[in-house]
Design a protein around this ligand. Structure first.
Ligand code: ADP
Length: 347
């Protein structure tokens, strides 16, 4: 088997498990005598490929970063990469520097970039790295499990103080346009209310649900809300509710989770509070599930490159790692579990 020099980069939003994946690829590639070179800051590192864009890992460095959260290679969005001329330069740099394949760890945007690079003759292999779990072709993405664990632990802590004070609480979690983190967190914690970007919702219905729960004796219910749900909120004059209760609001102010808590507080006559879990989900130490998935995808990636296969995305289906052309992977839409969503809001 000919020795192949491989490049690897992390792109888009970081996710727990990216380092574990890079380290696993490095260890496995090294086992087969294939040199691995890290490219820094996503696609930015391909554009000029100066020394500071390149990371050649020593064993000691790999040992140091194996358990680290974040991504040691750094990640970034790279606007110039949308320009075909820039991508041609990137492909030329990879060819001039004898790279025989490129592994891209990222989300659907990064996969699109890899597919276009593959069109220029660069063999690419994509590994799903995103906490959002918004890639339809795969049951798992690096970081999703960790992100759900972080938000689950956050809700458990919040519920302890909710219990102490008999106070309902709203917890905002990440996930961009996908409600999976919110749904899984609600399922894991027994949250009574759930709002996700996939579904329209209303402040009145939410208030009614809180009021009914309080009447039932549950005065410490938890509402989990995804971060990008505001476009799905039905029109409601919440500004008047705040003003009637002495809170100054500009006419053009946008709704957010703190204001939602205040509006619901007045509508439900309950001390409802809000917490945003935020970036702690992205920067957490990866779970064993994410790290073992990192190893499995790394193994698949190196094996594919060794056997001359490329321009594929790696994922998990029916519990096993598999691969398919990047384009096919991107064409499979992510399915949200509407049945569980509806049940949670009724229990
Ligand atoms: P993610 O990979 O997490 O979905 P983005 O959507 O921000 O994150 O994409 C990451 C990067 O991938 C972009 O900054 C850009 O460099 C590259 N990229 C995304 N879409 C395209 C595209 N259509 N053409 C070329 N490059 C793209």
């Amino acid at each position: 088997m000919a020795i192949k020099k491989i490049g690897i980069l992390t792109s888009g939003g970081d996710s727990p498990g990216m380092n574990a994946c890079v380290v696993s690829v490095a260890r496995i590639a090294n086992h087969y005598g294939m040199p691995l070179v890290g490219i820094k800051r996503g696609y930015n590192g391909l554009i000029e490929m100066n020394d500071h864009d390149i990371e050649t890992f020593t064993e000691s460095e790999l040992l140091d970063i194996a358990d680290l959260p974040g991504t040691y290679l750094r990640t970034a969005r790279c606007k110039p990469f949308y320009d075909p001329e820039v991508r041609k330069q990137a492909a030329k740099n990879l060819n001039d520097n004898d790279f025989e394949a490129l592994i891209v760890i990222g989300g659907d945007g990064s996969f699109n970039g890899a597919m276009l690079l593959a069109d220029l003759g660069i063999p690419c292999v994509c590994i799903p790295g995103t906490i959002d779990n918004d890639l339809g072709y795969t049951e798992k993405t690096l970081g999703y499990d960790t992100a759900v664990n972080v938000s689950t632990n956050a809700v458990r802590s919040i519920r302890a103080t909710s219990r102490s004070h008999d106070r309902p609480h709203i917890v905002q979690v990440m996930g961009r346009r996908s409600g999976d983190i919110a749904l899984k967190t609600a399922m894991a914690t027994g949250a009574e209310l759930l709002i996700v970007p996939e579904r329209e919702w209303s402040i009145e219905d939410t208030a009614e649900r809180f009021i009914n729960l309080i009447k039932r004796g549950n005065n410490r219910a938890t509402l989990i809300i995804g971060e990008h749900c505001w476009h799905q909120m039905k029109p409601f004059d919440w500004i008047s509710v705040l003003r009637e209760n002495g809170i100054a609001v500009h006419d053009d102010e946008e709704m957010d989770v703190d204001k939602l808590a205040k509006v619901l507080k007045y509508l439900c006559k309950a001390e409802i509070r809000a917490t945003t879990v935020g970036y702690t989900q992205r920067g957490a130490t990866p779970s064993s599930s994410d790290c073992s998935f990192a190893f499995a995808t790394a193994e698949e990636a190196v094996n594919l490159i060794r056997s001359g296969r490329s321009n594929v995305a790696i994922g998990q289906k029916h519990g096993s790692v598999y691969n398919l052309p990047i384009e096919d992977a991107l064409n499979i839409r992510h399915k949200f579990n509407h049945a569980s969503f509806e049940l949670i809001n009724k229990l």
